[in-house]
Ligand binder design. Structure first.
Ligand SMILES: [Zn+2]
Length: 150
């Protein structure tokens, strides 16, 4: 699932949960639950065990996704809206992918169990949707959330 989607949902959680620690935990839980929805990034984001599928493209898409996430956050939660709870939920909702990405870049053995845990939440490649479909419905979901919020 794109960081943009996780962050958008994190903002919504943070706006409705007053305690920062609770909103952080709920943000992280929302991350793993939304990752369970087939979203077409099994191979694209290097979740495959085959190393040759991890390419420069993965890093490029992650960078574009992070840029889109910042844009969506600017629309959803400009600085005055970034309360401690919203910030905590936001961090909780995107941290699991940053931790996963850190493992992908460093191959740090200490994070290998976490990588397996994170990957477990993703649908099996044979049950995943095509990349274009996953990207399209995630774009529609974020647009809908931003539209409904205003
Ligand atoms: Zn994830």
């Amino acid at each position: 699932m794109y960081l943009t989607v996780h962050a958008t949902i994190g903002v919504l959680i943070g706006e409705h949960v007053a305690h920062p620690i609770a909103s952080f935990v709920l943000g992280a839980i929302s991350h793993f639950l939304t990752d369970m929805i087939p979203h077409g990034d099994y191979v694209r984001l290097g979740l495959s065990e085959e190393r040759h599928v991890r390419t420069f493209t993965m890093k490029l898409i992650a960078a574009l996704d992070a840029a889109l996430m910042v844009g969506a956050l600017w629309l959803l939660a400009p600085p005055p809206v970034l309360t401690p709870s919203v910030t905590a939920a936001l961090i909780g909702s995107v941290a699991p992918d940053f931790l996963w990405g850190f493992h992908e870049l460093t191959r740090w053995r200490f994070l290998q169990p976490y990588r397996k845990f994170h990957t477990w939440f993703h649908p099996h490649p044979k049950k995943d949707v095509p990349f274009w479909f996953g990207t399209l419905y995630q774009f529609i979901l974020v647009s809908l959330i931003i539209f409904l919020r205003f």
